[in-house]
Design a protein around this ligand. Structure first.
Ligand SMILES: Cc1cc2nc3c(=O)[nH]c(=O)nc-3n(C[C@H](O)[C@H](O)[C@H](O)COP(=O)(O)OP(=O)(O)OC[C@H]3O[C@@H](n4cnc5c(N)ncnc54)[C@H](O)[C@@H]3O)c2cc1C
Length: 280
């Protein structure tokens, strides 16, 4: 039985005040698809649940040429996937959302919930990393911005302080070609055995991010510059795979063996690079 006090602030300042008052005794509830299960299974505990769905800022999704895309903490994945700016300008977010569970679950699950949950296997994380996203957090001391490459501190540990709430995730203007591919045991109901996102920016910079290959999602932003037409070249792919594989340390668990993860990471990196090279 869940024994938490349920709180439902209607303004951002009220939500921040509650988090400041209760600190680590309070957990934020967005869609609840991780939180409620983790509480039910005694994987986490807390005295208060702060539901952010009534806070107007948390429901906002907006795009601006200069500042890019902003997705509030209570925007569901289905809402994000239907947004015209996301569909046309950030298709990799739609692609990765499609791999997360099923449409019913995506009616509740949020982008920021997936990020804040900080599972090494979270499906939205690799794409968010290669899009060079950042999380805006707020406390009664003010706002700060945490780039995602510094956000993941360990298995289900993130860089948000106990008195802070994540308000939105921000992605700079997208200028490139991206792809996300996932391998899982069951389509639609399982976390990734391996997930790989790739991004080739229009200036030639290549980035890759990998889920479920280490205690935190991995991000590679120093792979060099490439021409899209050559990215499908066998030798180029081989070199990139060698560079990445030196840094991945998967474990064996109920979803896959370490050896399978290594083989699948190599395979999916190749597939992602091929896919990017073929995009027009
Ligand atoms: C049947 C099922 C299938 C699933 N399949 C997948 C899958 O295929 N891929 C996948 O990646 N995940 C999967 N999940 C996990 C989950 O649905 C996702 O991680 C989802 O995106 C979490 O979003 P949420 O809004 O429900 O988060 P919540 O459960 O509300 O929150 C998750 C965590 O983040 C914290 N949090 C949330 N919002 C904030 C905020 N604004 N500020 C600070 N902290 C915050 C919460 O306190 C909690 O600790 C599945 C879950 C279920 C139940």
């Amino acid at each position: 039985m869940l024994e938490q006090e349920y709180l439902r602030p209607e303004t951002l300042s009220e939500a921040v005040m509650l988090k400041d008052k209760y600190g680590k005794d309070a957990r934020i509830l967005a869609g609840g698809t991780d939180l409620i299960i983790n509480l039910r299974d005694n994987m986490i505990s807390c005295k208060y649940i702060i539901d952010i769905k009534k806070v107007p800022e948390m429901r906002e999704i907006s795009y601006d040429q200069n500042s890019g895309l902003s997705v509030g903490g209570a925007v569901t994945l289905n809402e994000m996937m239907k947004n015209e700016e996301v569909k046309s300008k950030y298709p990799i977010l739609v692609e990765s959302s499609k791999t997360l569970a099923n449409s019913l679950l995506r009616n509740r699950a949020t982008m920021l919930g997936n990020i804040c949950n900080a599972s090494p296997a979270g499906d939205m994380i690799p794409s968010a990393l290669v899009l060079e996203g950042s999380v805006e957090v707020l406390s009664n001391k003010g706002a700060r911005n945490i780039p995602l490459k510094h956000f993941f501190l360990g298995v289900k540990k993130n860089a948000i302080f106990d008195n802070e709430i994540a308000v939105r995730i921000i992605f700079p203007r997208f200028d490139g070609t991206g792809a996300y591919l996932k391998k899982s045991r069951i389509k639609g109901h399982d976390l990734a055995q391996i997930g790989v996102a790739g991004m080739l920016k229009n200036d030639g910079k290549l980035m890759l991010a990998i889920a479920a290959a280490a205690p935190t999602p991995l991000f590679f932003d120093n792979l060099g510059n490439f021409d899209k037409r050559n990215l499908g070249d066998e030798n180029i792919i081989k070199n990139i795979i060698e560079k990445v594989m030196k840094n991945i340390h998967p474990i064996s668990d109920q979803r896959a063996s370490k050896e399978y993860r290594i083989a699948m990471a190599e395979y999916l990196i190749g597939e992602v690079l091929q896919k990017i090279s073929k995009e027009v």
